[in-house]
Ligand binder design. Structure first.
Ligand code: DMJ
Length: 648
């Protein structure tokens, strides 16, 4: 192997090996052709070997070597280690001649040892892995994944400090004990029902969205996607607080603190999550002053914002909490968003801007309001469907029940919540209600006032259970209505309350059906089998409570008590409370769902109906559409960030 070393290594010199043309000794120039060929072969073998050695060395050793070379060439010789410190922690000392060569050889040696050791370790690990069962490997992978997720979570949702803002006036958050012993007894009964509903959920459905009280296990519906977000806990904690169920409240708070996590791959309803979760968390925050509720509300709100990324700024009905991708319900007219859904965000979003200082929430809802204000309204009515891509109405269907209801409610409540300074909201409400009264409100032959549904120029004489909330809304909006019509609206509220009570009273179970007709001699009764169910809904009781607060007419407490008795008799089971499939049957079957709104709304309104008026006074509190009380924000004294002209 010494011969090649004696030859010039530069390839350029080889052709000069022709006779007489070189400075090489003569005898070498006269080499025979076969000898030359052999030499050439040896030379190319040597070159191949060098390249091979370079390419077949493991990557890290090549690079180290290369680095060393570069450093030796490019880095000026300095005494201090500075950047010259290698990963090993050893300081490289550059440029020391023969001593360097020796040192390099040693380094190469140790590098090779290290590579060998690495390979052996990798081989060993691979062998061990192969010995493991599929399950063990799966478990290992899962543990790794969990660790990565945990680390991500820590980085992702670390509590962001929120700006300090003055706490709005919160008064009358508990107690409200009625002076009359019989009323107190009734109130205690309602509190006991709440405890039964909560305890059953605690025992059989804890952490699930809702409860199946017959099967005694967790339940969920498509409004929560595939999530398991403890909807009942979040929806119920403020009711627990108001009722003075402190242990249960603490338990709920702890679950929220430790388990409520919105980084989930689930497609949820923006509206439902807003009214139940954000509304519930904000109310729990204002009532109890516990920061955790505020932080969770803000974390969730951020996840809803991508739903507004549409060509018009009208949000999608659903959003994936993880990806932020939104879409609309498949059943909605021509890909439309729903009036009652995108129109029921204002209260919560104004509070979010107030608490966070982030103008985005306020601007989003104000943008919706401005866009609606510019649109033509057939007969002054708002259709229930609006396409978020084109900004055009879908089917001309208007209702004060499902699909439309809380849009009107939030116009009125935006005004009330702003301490009556948001006069634009009040005017929009007044105009909308006037059109509704003209086109949708009718009196039946039997003298019952009802609110029908407008479908493409035709009035359907059918009223939904959901529309019964409007009795309370008319009463709540009476004060401040134009042309001194306060008395008129209070009266309209009373008439709706009466009609809805009739819809309960004309059943076997004394519980109201989902929808009832005023047609062909029928009055306030359901006709179709699939409209005869009662799913623990609150709207009729909500109206009784508002009417009670404004009139103190004892009939409202009496009607409320009838409902308590019927619910306790026909809906109570050992595992909680269930809806029933037919209120006209003396032997009804259960639907086996304890809805979260039963705890958030139905039981809360019943409890308030039998409490004194100083519990959550209406001058200071405005209830969102899921019965979560939010304090009045005296916006006259506060400038909300973003309250300058709205933009998207
Ligand atoms: C509740 O979730 C809310 O009241 C909503 O506005 C419509 N109805 C359900 C309960 O019936």
């Amino acid at each position: 192997m010494t011969t090649p070393a004696l030859l010039p290594l530069s390839g350029r010199r080889i052709p000069t090996l022709s006779p007489g043309a070189s400075s090489f000794p003569h005898h070498r120039a006269t080499l025979r052709l076969s000898e030359k060929f052999i030499l050439l072969l040896i030379l190319s073998a040597f070159i191949t070997l060098c390249f091979g050695a370079f390419f077949f060395l493991p990557d890290n050793s090549k690079h180290k070597r290369f680095d060393l070379g570069l450093e030796d060439v490019l880095i000026p010789h300095i005494d201090t280690p500075k950047e010259g410190k290698h990963a090993s922690g050893q300081v490289i000392i550059h440029g020391q001649g023969g001593h360097d060569e020796h040192r390099h050889r040693e380094e190469e040696e140790s590098l090779r040892d290290k590579i060998r050791a690495d390979h052996e370790r990798a081989l060993q690990e691979a062998k061990e892995k192969l010995r493991k069962s599929r399950e063990e490997l799966k478990a290992e992978i899962q543990t790794e994944k969990n660790k990565v997720m945990e680390d991500l979570k820590k980085k992702d949702v670390g509590p962001k400090p929120l700006p300090p803002v003055p706490m709005p006036k919160v008064v009358g958050v508990s107690d409200g004990e009625p002076p009359e012993p019989d009323v107190k007894e009734k109130r205690d009964k309602i509190r006991e029902m709440m405890k039964h509903a909560w305890d059953s959920y605690r025992q059989y459905g804890w952490g699930h969205n809702e409860l199946k009280p017959i099967a005694k296990k967790g339940h969920s519906t498509n409004i929560f996607g595939s999530s398991q977000l403890g909807a009942t806990i979040v929806d119920a904690v403020d009711t627990l607080y108001i009722m003075g169920l402190h242990e249960e409240f603490k338990d709920g708070q702890e679950w929220i603190e430790q388990n409520l996590d919105f980084s989930v791959n689930a497609e949820v309803s923006v509206f439902e999550v807003n009214i139940r979760f954000i509304g519930g968390l904000l109310a729990a925050y204002y009532l109890s002053g516990q920061e955790v509720f505020k932080l969770k509300a803000v974390q969730l709100a951020e996840k809803l914002l991508p739903a507004f990324n549409t060509p018009t700024g009208i949000p999608w009905a659903m959003v994936n909490l993880k990806s932020g991708v939104g879409r609309n319900w498949g059943w909605a007219s021509a890909g439309s968003s729903i009036l009652a859904e995108f129109g029921t965000l204002h209260m919560e979003f104004v509070h979010l801007t107030y608490l966070t200082g982030n103008p985005a929430y306020y601007q989003k809802v104000m943008h919706i309001r401005k866009l609606l204000a510019k649109m033509d309204r057939p007969n002054g009515l708002y259709p229930n469907y609006l396409n978020p891509r084109t900004g055009r109405w879908g089917q001309h269907h208007t209702s004060v029940g499902g699909l439309g209801d809380s849009f009107y409610e939030y116009l009125l409540k935006a005004w009330l919540m702003s301490d009556k300074t948001d006069t634009e909201a009040r005017k929009t409400y007044d105009d909308a209600i006037e059109a509704i009264e003209r086109h949708l409100v009718r009196k039946s032959n039997g003298g019952l006032t009802f609110i029908g549904e407008w479908k493409n120029g035709h009035l359907e004489r059918k009223m939904g259970h959901l529309a019964c909330f409007a009795g309370g809304m008319f009463a709540l909006g009476a004060d401040g209505s134009p042309d001194d019509k306060a008395g008129h609206y209070l009266q309209l509220g009373a008439e709706i309350a009466h009609t809805c009570h009739e819809s309960y009273d004309r059943t076997v179970l004394k519980l109201g059906p989902e929808a009832f007709k005023f047609d062909s001699g029928l009055e306030a009764v359901a006709v179709r089998q699939n409209e005869k169910y009662y799913i623990l809904r609150p709207e009729v009781i909500e109206t009784y409570w508002y009417m009670w607060r404004f009139t103190h007419d004892p009939k409202y407490r009496q009607w409320g008590w009838e409902a308590v008795q019927a619910i306790d008799k026909y809906c109570r089971v050992s595992g909680g409370f269930s809806g029933v499939k037919d209120v006209y049957s003396s032997n009804p079957t259960y639907d086996d769902v304890q809805q979260s709104f039963f705890l958030a709304e139905t039981l809360k309104y019943l409890y308030l109906l039998f409490s004194s008026d100083d519990l959550l006074p209406l001058e200071n509190w405005v209830f969102n559409t899921e019965a979560h009380p939010l304090p009045v924000l005296h916006l006259g004294n506060i400038t909300l960030p973003g309250s300058e002209p709205a933009q998207r």
